[in-house]
Design a protein around this ligand. Structure first.
Ligand code: CO
Length: 157
């Protein structure tokens, strides 16, 4: 496993559409393991492949209950609403208020290509939306109703 470099805002790779994964091989597994290690080292709750420079539909999420690997994920249902603070490892020291659904169900493939469905609420629902947005070249700053002052955020840490 290896920690990969996290692409930061300003790099075009964050604005591009990712291609579906077709091969569920050792190269994918290495990517997943590296992304997980990179996310943990940066204390993130999610990481999408374009954030390590790869235009592939691969996401890892960990909201504190273990890593979730999503290959070719799609949101198949969402309901409710939450308005909360969001950040991103590609936008250090930037936080914004973003409205997201309260409940989200995704359909995705696991590292072996097997399809599964998973539902999440609150932070996990937010993470599903945020990371899948990355696969479509969308970053949270374009969805924020307003950005917050970094000094306000540091108080919580
Ligand atoms: Co992000």
């Amino acid at each position: 496993m290896a920690i990969r470099n996290i692409v930061k805002t300003g790099d075009d790779v964050l604005l591009k559409m990712c291609r579906p994964v077709e091969k569920f091989d050792e190269k994918l597994w290495t990517l997943l393991e590296d992304m997980n290690e990179t996310m943990n080292a940066a204390n993130g709750v999610g990481l999408a492949a374009p954030q390590v420079g790869l235009l592939r539909r691969v996401v890892v999420i960990d909201v504190g209950e273990g890593v979730i690997e999503l290959i070719n994920p799609e949101i198949i249902a969402s309901s409710g609403e939450q308005n909360g603070v969001e950040g991103c490892l590609s936008f250090p020291n930037e936080w914004g208020l973003v409205k997201r659904p309260m409940h989200v169900t995704v359909r995705a493939q696991d590292r072996h290509g097997k399809f599964f469905e998973m539902s999440g609420t609150e932070l996990l629902a937010r993470a599903f939306c945020h990371e899948i947005d990355h696969l479509n070249g969308v970053c949270f700053v374009t969805k924020a109703s307003r950005m917050l002052d970094p000094e306000d955020m540091e108080v919580d840490e």
